[in-house]
Ligand binder design. Structure first.
Ligand SMILES: NC(=O)c1ccc[n+]([C@@H]2O[C@H](COP(=O)([O-])OP(=O)(O)OC[C@H]3O[C@@H](n4cnc5c(N)ncnc54)[C@H](O)[C@@H]3O)[C@@H](O)[C@H]2O)c1
Length: 324
């Protein structure tokens, strides 16, 4: 990218606020334009207000951004990503999940003949950048003697019980929203291979899924629980290393973690409370994206793997249906 990174932001809803806050911190970034049909003007950025459009195509007819950020409802990502890739030469950062179904992934792959999809398209798997997740990944790398990860349990609860309609409109279902966060977080620790079972519960507001993975030459199972049926946010994951008896707990809400074996505390990670959680995710995400060598977790290959696992319809069994 050039010295100045001209950014076009598509969608100025809830998560766009975090993008704007982190982008405003970066001296090389200039906000070129914003797009949102439901807003008549751009949000303030460093005290100014960039040109605002109701459609991405209109904006790209007037501007040549270096980066287009798509932060719109999940089922609009694919169409807007195609527009950004074909109507501009910009890199494109799409909020997670990259797409809402497998035909949309095929549509992006089909662009590869004409467009450098792998060099230009990135997905904002922000959970993979959360401080406790990066700490845990460093622990794994530093302790090969712990052996393979033999089991994972992850529970993500979001407080959408009182605004379920809005949650469905923006995020589709608990599995569509949190399931993809869980899979992208796990991609830091293990090689995901398949979704083995998937139950959509409570009309899509909850899910219970199991995914298999490889870790240091062995296979294991991750149990993934997600739900919107709560007034409070709570997200935790536990990794077990059965051969060594080590357990590693990470609390994604408090951004903390610890490792233990029997009665012995092996390692801890605390948070200084200085950085709001979403900023703590997106600050390192943007630092990586704009570094010139983005973390592979942001790249199209990771998005392909996660999307395919996320949308697998496991064979029916007495206890499994399809994810909602
Ligand atoms: N809210 C979060 O905490 C969060 C965190 C990480 C990722 N995300 C992801 O970000 C995406 C957006 O979530 P949100 O919470 O900001 O939703 P939101 O509903 O608050 O905001 C989406 C915005 O996009 C606008 N929009 C809709 N169609 C558009 C179009 N064609 N062109 C331009 N703008 C359009 C809407 O008017 C709205 O202002 C979702 O895919 C979600 O999974 C959200």
């Amino acid at each position: 990218m050039s010295d100045v990174v001209r950014v076009g932001l598509v969608g100025v809803g809830i998560i766009a606020k975090t993008h704007l806050e982190v982008l405003a911190e970066r001296s090389e970034v200039a906000l070129d334009f914003t797009v949102d049909p439901d807003h008549s003007r751009a949000p303030a950025f460093r005290g100014g207000e960039p040109p605002h459009y109701s459609g991405l195509a209109d904006a790209l007819a007037e501007h040549s951004p270096d980066l287009v950020v798509i932060a719109t409802p999940t089922d609009t990502h694919a169409e807007l990503a195609v527009q950004a890739l074909t109507l501009s030469g910009a890199r494109v950062l799409v909020e997670k999940p990259l797409v809402h179904d497998l035909p949309s992934l095929a549509r992006l792959r089909a662009l590869e003949e004409a467009v450098d999809v792998r060099g230009r398209l990135f997905t904002a798997y922000h959970f993979a950048f959360s401080p406790e997740v990066r700490w845990a990944a460093r622990q794994l790398a530093a302790h090969p003697e712990w052996g393979p990860v033999t089991g994972i349990t992850s529970a993500f609860y979001d407080p959408y019980v009182l605004r379920r309609e809005q949650a469905v409109a923006s995020y589709t279902s608990s599995w569509m929203d949190s399931g993809v966060n869980q899979l992208s977080m796990l991609a830091r620790f293990v090689d995901l291979t398949a979704l083995d079972s998937a139950r959509s519960l409570d009309g899509g507001a909850s899910a219970w899924c199991t995914a298999s993975y490889r870790s240091r030459g062995t296979v294991g199972t991750a149990r993934l629980r997600s739900s919107w049926l709560t007034g409070y946010s709570s997200k935790e994951s536990a990794l077990t290393f059965g051969r060594s008896g080590v357990e590693l707990w990470i609390d994604h809400t408090a951004m903390t973690g610890f490792a233990a074996r029997d009665g012995e505390l092996l390692a801890t990670h605390g948070d200084d409370g200085a950085t709001p959680r979403k900023i703590a995710h997106y600050r390192p995400l943007y630092a990586s994206l704009l570094s010139g060598s983005p973390d592979p977790v942001l790249g199209f290959a990771t998005a392909e793997t996660i999307t395919e696992i996320h949308h697998t319809k496991p064979a029916p069994s007495p206890v499994s249906g399809g994810p909602g």
